[in-house]
Ligand binder design. Structure first.
Ligand SMILES: [Zn+2]
Length: 839
């Protein structure tokens, strides 16, 4: 990129901020806000204009305060395209310190960005309003004029003027509170650490806080809407654990003075790591431990740990510019698994991480994938980074590197990196440099091949040698983002031994460093597919019992991916899956479930009973062993395997007994715990009269966010074309703005009803698009990959989405289109063979 292109979106560096004094007065009735900001800046060289970011703000004239007087702003001009404003001054300013003083006003919007409103109905049936903020990636400029780039770090002294009686929260503890003559309260917060503008938080509304927990001197509490504080205990526990875990892992004390975990009813992302004031979507913070499933608790634990990890990795040390966004997120993803694994070792969190790896690789085998890191010009390009390539593939690549270098070496290098760059900014190469000097390995050279090109390799194992080629679900028929070769950190071990050997596989085939039968991708953390030759595969298949859970899940996942690519047969997968027997490994069973569910979209009506019978033969032995009821001495993960088996047997397997028991339990009333989601799925697949109304009733009566979500998903999963169309029409009345777009994607992915829902979407495109906040627009195409049964329909869907691009996130829709078309080709190719394969 040229320097000129950079200046399109980057602020000139002649004026550098060091401190903000921000006073902001939200009006929760008029749904507006007004304020003043004073910014201490250093003028690097004489200038007669100052450029900063502002958008959708009404900014008053302002002035510049100098040590010897005041300078008026002659003219303010705005550039909405580049989201900037220019202050033209009366005369030239000399180099040196100055203070910019500006008044501004804006609207508390309902688009879930900037300073926005979130509403809920209280216990008395009154609608209440919260004003809350989401300033990432570049939305601080919607709230106050600022130097809104991650490298422009400064301190923030925030004052909020709020209605008396409503609590206010920001990044720091409250310093002082004063009752004003007009009855409002002025709340002044302590000055923050030096930080980026996207991490500022502003929250005010009818909220309540839990009691404060003292975590080695750090006050921790959960803030939520009234009546929900009893759902906060688990978040406090994992919050406290994470604070201690990361202080220890990084060997640096928590950099803030307090930590609030705030749950708001309307939130676009999962959560946002604002310094000292993390804001969450309620489902990912508030949970009833007595009724939640393990998976729901794991998600809350993971998201809390992720956001707490950012307080160091991201907030204390921050990317220089948005191309570093992926590293920030991928690293927090890696760290959250590390933390949750320590929090509840019995959960076997790293085994579950293999499911995340599969999600990343499912996208990364497409020609429309992208390099993990690419040069980012505009903030919109950075927003496009918020996908599975960043979080799932990026996190997996960092885990692979950790396992290759060794966990202690890795941790020590991270400590050095954070200490060296505290309160400052970095580029990705700074991290590689720290890891390289800590390990003596060519980390930069290795990682360049993983970061700067899309795709990942297949490592073939044959005749004692290994070699690589790019993995792709289908041959390219146009431009492809899939790279050509990687420096692959290969871990392997002899079958029957746990001793790992390491080798770096380059372009040329090389002998495997082990003689005799070996497990390649030992430990299962490599971000590549392994393709064994037929004799090697036969040996592995004969010793599945000796594979670790992660290795087994990897083997199944790789075999399924290779089958989709036409390089293995579905029969190979089914043979390996039969070898699972009664093994308690949820992630391995999840691979089988996903494959069966995909096949259920491929088969025609005559083949459906054949598939059902095959599914039952695969799953029934394990289910016969486990049964419905938890038993004393059960493996901690047995419930999760039960859930997978029930869902698959009841839907794809059409197992009458499982269906009948699911219905019985559904009709008996409240469902909770690990099996609840599976039971709701089975019931939804049966399309019984009245179940939709019942699910709507249970969703509306829900007392915790997880129960709410369970029935939301149930409603959009009902296997009926007319009801799916009706649900589409009622979507934004039934569900909140923050939930409806995701549920729309699930509705479109409904095997039976998805097509009619999509037809409705296409017919009402402009109107529907207008209801979806920009950050979530990708969801309008996210549900289509399941349309594989009818190639002509798939082509029509593809044409429609290509000619109706969304503003933010079209790259993710392009990936969904390719997945759908690749799946449709797979279906056409395999369908004639399935009778033989399945019987
Ligand atoms: Zn994050």
């Amino acid at each position: 990129m040229t320097d000129e292109a950079r200046t399109d979106y980057r602020l000139p560096k002649t004026v550098v901020p060091s401190a903000y004094r921000l006073r902001i007065e939200p009006d929760l009735e008029a749904l507006t806000f007004a304020g003043t900001v004073e910014i201490d800046v250093e003028i690097g060289s004489a200038t007669s204009e100052i450029v900063l970011n502002a958008i959708e703000l009404d900014v008053g004239q302002g002035h510049v305060a100098l040590p010897d007087g005041e300078l008026r702003v002659a003219e303010l001009s705005f550039d909405p395209e580049r989201e900037r404003m220019t202050m033209a001054l009366d005369r030239e300013l000399d180099a040196g310190p100055a203070v910019l003083v500006l008044r501004f006003a804006g609207i508390l919007n309902d688009r879930l960005v900037g300073f926005y409103r979130s509403t809920f109905t209280d216990a008395d049936g009154r609608e209440r309003t919260i004003a809350t903020s989401q300033l990432a990636l570049t939305e601080a400029r919607r709230v106050f004029p600022c130097f809104d780039e991650p490298a422009c770090k400064a301190t923030f002294s925030v004052t909020m003027v709020v209605p008396d009686g409503l609590p206010a929260y920001s990044n720091s503890p409250i310093d002082s509170e004063t009752l004003l003559a007009d009855g409002r309260r002025e709340v002044t917060f302590k000055t923050t650490m030096t930080m980026s503008s996207y991490l500022v938080a502003l929250v005010v509304g009818p909220l309540e806080a839990t009691e404060v927990v003292d975590v080695d001197g750090v006050p921790l509490s959960v803030v939520c809407t009234p009546g929900k504080a009893h759902l906060a205990r688990f978040a406090l526990e994992i919050g406290a654990f994470s604070l201690r875990f990361f202080s220890d892992y990084f060997d640096i004390a928590y950099p803030g003075e307090k930590l609030d975990l705030v749950g708001v009813p309307d939130f676009a992302y999962g959560a946002m790591e604002n310094v000292g004031c993390i804001i969450f979507r309620e489902t990912l913070l508030l949970v009833d431990e007595a009724s939640a499933s393990r998976g729901e608790l794991e998600r809350v634990a993971a998201v809390v740990a992720h956001e707490v990890a950012h307080q160091w990795f991201g907030n204390l040390v921050t990317m220089e510019w948005w191309e570093g966004f992926w590293l920030n997120e991928a690293f927090a993803t890696f760290l959250m698994y590390l933390c949750v694994d320590a929090f509840r070792p019995g959960w076997r969190t790293w085994d579950r991480f293999s499911e995340q790896r599969e999600l990343g690789l499912a996208i990364d085998g497409l020609h429309t994938t992208r390099p993990i890191e690419f040069e980012v010009r505009s903030p919109a390009e950075a927003t496009a980074m918020a996908d599975a390539i960043t979080y799932q593939k990026g996190g997996s690549v960092l885990r692979m590197l950790e396992q290759y270098l060794g966990p202690e070496t890795y941790r020590d290098a991270i400590r050095t990196y954070l200490r060296t760059h505290a309160y400052a900014n970095t580029v990705t190469a700074d991290l590689w440099a720290a890891l390289e000097s800590g390990s003596g390995q060519p980390v930069g050279e290795i990682m360049d091949t993983w970061i700067h090109q899309g795709g990942h390799p297949v490592v073939s194992v044959s005749g004692g040698a290994i070699s690589q080629k790019p993995f792709m679900f289908s041959p390219p028929d146009g431009p492809s983002a899939i790279g050509s070769h990687w420096l692959v950190p290969v871990l392997s071990r002899p079958i029957g031994s746990t001793v790992l050997t390491r080798q770096l596989l380059g372009d040329a085939p090389q002998p495997l460093s082990i003689e005799g039968p070996a497990v390649v991708n030992a430990g299962g953390t490599g971000v590549y597919r392994t393709s064994y030759g037929s004799s090697e595969l036969a040996v592995i298949a004969g010793s599945l019992g000796s594979l670790t859970d992660l290795e087994l899940t990897g083997l199944l996942g790789d075999t399924w991916a290779l089958a989709q690519a036409g390089e293995r047969s579905i029969g190979d997968l089914l043979t390996l899956a039969s070898g699972l027997g009664t093994r308690i490994e949820p992630s391995a069973w999840r691979v089988v479930e996903l494959a069966l569910s995909f096949l259920s979209r491929v088969v025609d009506d005559q083949q459906r009973p054949v598939l059902a019978a095959r599914a039952c033969r695969l799953l029934a032995p394990a289910f016969a062993h486990l049964g419905w009821e938890e038993a004393d001495g059960d493996d901690e993960r047995a419930q999760q395997v039960r859930a997978v088996l029930i869902r698959s047997l009841g839907t794809v397997g059409q197992d009458e007994a499982v269906r009948a028991e699911s219905v019985r339990r559904f009709e008996a009333g409240a469902l909770d715990g690990d099996l609840a989601d599976a039971i709701v799925s089975v019931v939804a697949s049966l399309d019984r009269p009245g179940d939709r109304d019942e699910m709507i009733r249970r969703y509306r009566d829900a007392r915790d966010p997880q129960t709410e979500q369970r029935y939301q998903v149930g409603i959009v999963s009902i296997a009926d074309a007319d009801l799916a169309a009706q649900t589409f029409r009622e979507l934004f009345d039934l569900f909140r703005t923050a939930d409806a777009p995701y549920l729309l994607a699930t509705l479109v992915s409904n095997r039976v009803g998805g097509r009619s829902a999509w037809e409705q979407l296409a017919a009402t495109w402009d109107e529907t698009l207008a209801k979806v906040p920009p950050l979530m627009q990708f969801t309008l195409g996210a549900g289509i990959p399941g349309f594989v049964g009818d190639p002509a329909f798939a082509e029509r869907v593809a044409d429609f989405h290509r000619t109706h691009p969304v503003e933010t996130g079209q790259s993710r829709i392009d990936q969904a289109i390719e997945r759908m078309l690749t799946g449709a080709r797979f279906a056409a190719r395999e369908r004639p063979l399935l009778d033989a394969t399945l019987t």
